[in-house]
Design a binder for this molecule. Structure first.
Ligand code: FES
Length: 113
């Protein structure tokens, strides 16, 4: 199953955008990070204690846009791998979600839906 999430130009470069999927009692949250023409996506749950990473909508990156930031305790993650490089969950990783860009559309290609 593949779902169109947004146009790639709807995400700042570099930047990120969160998405929620609600299925009866269950809700799942992911976020997509854009750098240039590339995108990476992860489940919006910090490996430290499982909270969402952002305090404000779509604010998933450090100020300089070079890393993913967890707003709760400041863990930082590599954009392209999701690996935590600083903070209380150092060495752990965000859970990757499979996305692609096709004809300008960011598409979710993941069976977790
Ligand atoms: S919940 Fe993310 S660093 Fe603690």
């Amino acid at each position: 199953m593949s779902v169109a999430l947004c146009r790639i130009e709807d995400i700042d470069d570099p930047g990120a955008k969160g998405f929620s999927f609600v299925d009866r009692e269950d809700s799942r949250e992911i976020f997509v990070v854009r750098v240039g023409d590339g995108v990476n996506a992860y489940v919006n749950s910090c490996p430290h204690i499982g909270t969402p990473l952002e305090f404000q909508p779509d604010r998933f990156l450090t100020q300089d846009g070079s890393e993913i930031l967890c707003s709760t305790h400041g863990a930082r993650f590599e954009i392209d791998t999701g690996r935590c490089v600083a903070g209380p969950c150092r060495g752990q990783s965000l859970r990757r979600v499979l996305v692609t860009v096709a004809e300008g559309w960011v598409r979710l290609n993941d069976p977790f839906l």
